[in-house]
Design a protein around this ligand. Structure first.
Ligand code: NBP
Length: 482
């Protein structure tokens, strides 16, 4: 009997996805560039299962049922292209290649188009949840050639995480690179959620002088509220974790954050598309700033910086902080969905935002109760342009406003950096201001560069130039927006 699906790449993600597929009754053919890893896998974790090994791509192809489904779980980038190039001559028209790695979506756009010309279907799929997710139920975000989806759907939906109502956290996202785009935004949101939590931690630790056990209890309590999420849960575990000497391990970890690029891609896309994705971008910059450790140590000494203690009732501050965190999180997701909306419109992807929220509901790093509310919001209005306008989220933003402002103002006053919480508030203030000072900005642009402006008392689309000094000419620059 031939295999249902082939998987190339026997590192942590590939192995765990294969075992997951096997658990769900699928016969998987496993291949890896370094052949010894196939044997190690078959004699190790895959021992006693129905998993079959393949030591060459030809063997892999020969052992698969038609149409063949071959999933790449290898390092993103050139390695994916190289496997595609080697596979194509061995495949038949209608066969399917799936890239489950962390690929930048323009690469998926390119591969879908190139393979279509050869009659091969291509799916680019985000997979989130790390090692444990891959093994027991990840969030899976597939996009690409829609013709391929019916063949892959039963396998992906079987192995994916499920919501509390047993809905699979996996559905078709859209054409071309839509799946990898949505996975990229997921990772950007993950950056934002993590940064917000770290800001709350620093406020509690440095501002309120709380112990790690106290902070752990706060996160345990917060996890029983609207903030209920995987990241809040693991934060409480981390804060309670003691090193061998009984001290909190977290304080022994160097404060320089790493990154693998998906947050940066999200920020770059937001800039390209003109979407004010301020919170995620601040979170990426916060990681960049953290990596300037030596400079920060010198600068702290140079400026003689000392944060002052936050005065007042600790419990009142903790509740204010919870509200500030929740409100900021709403803004982060609102911005992320704005970005997806713009990308969907630009690329004709017809994204279903409620489904995206559902796919993130379980299995992935940003899984949270909150995502059910986002799904409800898009069920009520599938074209919602700003999540904060939905009555549930609007209510939270309004109720949290005063506490959020107090936390933001206090952080500025005492010198605790909270770039994401404060930028979220600034965004909302800007978004809810009907008249911003961009009129002055337009005047400046026209003054120095004859860039023209529109007038509030004339129809939109009519452009004016003023000779502000009497010395410049009346010729204006070409009007366009980049
Ligand atoms: P890695 O990203 O570490 O990739 C390891 C695989 O790539 C191995 O099969 C390795 O073969 C193969 N490979 C490499 Br590296 N260079 C190669 C080359 N030049 N030619 C052929 N094969 C090559 O594995 P992973 O951490 O399991 O991740 C797989 C994908 O899933 C990545 O795109 C990753 O970004 C994504 N992802 C990872 C996680 C996670 O938590 N780790 C979560 C979600 C998504 P070899 O054994 O012969 O060296």
């Amino acid at each position: 009997m031939k295999g249902d699906i082939g998987v190339i790449g026997l590192a942590v993600m590939g192995q765990n996805l294969i075992l997951n597929m096997n658990d769900h009754g699928y016969k998987v053919v496993a291949h890896n560039r370094t052949a010894e890893k196939v044997d190690e896998f078959l004699q190790g974790p895959a021992k006693g299962t129905n998993i079959i090994g393949a030591y060459s791509l030809q063997e892999l192809v020969d052992k698969l049922e038609s149409p063949r489904k071959i999933m790449l779980m290898v390092r993103a980038g050139d390695v994916v292209d190289s496997f595609i190039d080697k596979l194509v001559p061995l495949l038949d028209k209608g066969d399917i290649i799936i890239d489950g790695g962390n690929t930048n979506f323009p690469d998926t756009n390119r591969r879908v188009a190139a393979l279509k010309e050869k009659g091969i279907h291509f799916i680019g799929s985000g997979v989130s949840g790390g090692e444990e997710g891959a093994r027991f139920g990840p969030s899976i975000m597939p996009g690409g050639s829609p013709e391929a989806w019916p063949f892959v759907k039963p396998i992906f939906q079987a192995i994916s995480a499920k919501t509390e109502n047993n809905e699979p956290c996996c559905d078709w996202v859209g054409n071309d690179g839509a799946g990898h785009f949505v996975k990229m935004v997921h990772n950007g949101i993950e950056y934002g959620d993590m940064q917000l939590i770290t800001e709350a931690y620093q406020f509690m630790k440095d501002g309120l002088g709380m112990t790690h056990d106290e902070m752990q209890s706060v996160f345990i309590e917060w996890n029983k509220t609207e903030l209920n999420s995987y990241l809040v849960e693991i934060t409480s575990d981390i804060l309670g974790y003691k090193d061998t000497d009984g001290e909190p391990l977290v304080e022994k970890i160097l404060d320089t954050a790493g990154q693998k690029g998906t947050g940066k891609w999200t920020g770059i896309n937001a800039l390209d598309m003109g979407i004010p994705l301020t919170l995620i971008t601040e979170s990426v910059f916060a990681r960049c700033l953290s990596s300037l450790k030596d400079q920060r140590v010198e600068a702290e000494e140079l400026f003689g910086k000392k944060e002052s203690i936050v005065e007042g009732d600790k419990q009142v501050w903790i509740e204010a902080l919870r509200q500030a965190l929740l409100a900021s999180k709403i803004i982060s997701y609102a911005q992320g969905f704005m970005l997806m909306r713009e990308a969907s419109n630009e690329n004709g992807w017809d994204l279903n935002y409620g489904n995206v929220a559902l796919m993130w509901r379980g299995g992935c790093i940003i899984r949270s109760a909150f995502l059910s509310n986002i799904r409800d919001a898009y069920d009520i209005d599938p074209e919602l342009s700003f999540l904060g306008s939905d009555s549930y989220f609007k209510g939270i933003l309004e109720n949290s406003m005063s506490a959020w402002r107090k936390v933001a103002a206090k952080s500025m006053e005492v010198g605790i950096p909270m770039p994401s919480m404060t930028s979220a508030l600034t965004f909302l203030d800007g978004y809810t201001t009907a008249r911003l000072p961009a009129n002055l900005l337009q005047a400046q642009r026209d003054y120095f560069g004859a860039h023209t402006y529109e007038r509030v008392d004339k129809p939109k689309g009519e452009f004016f130039h003023t000779n502000w000094t009497g010395k410049g000419g009346d010729v204006s620059s070409t009007t366009y927006n980049s």
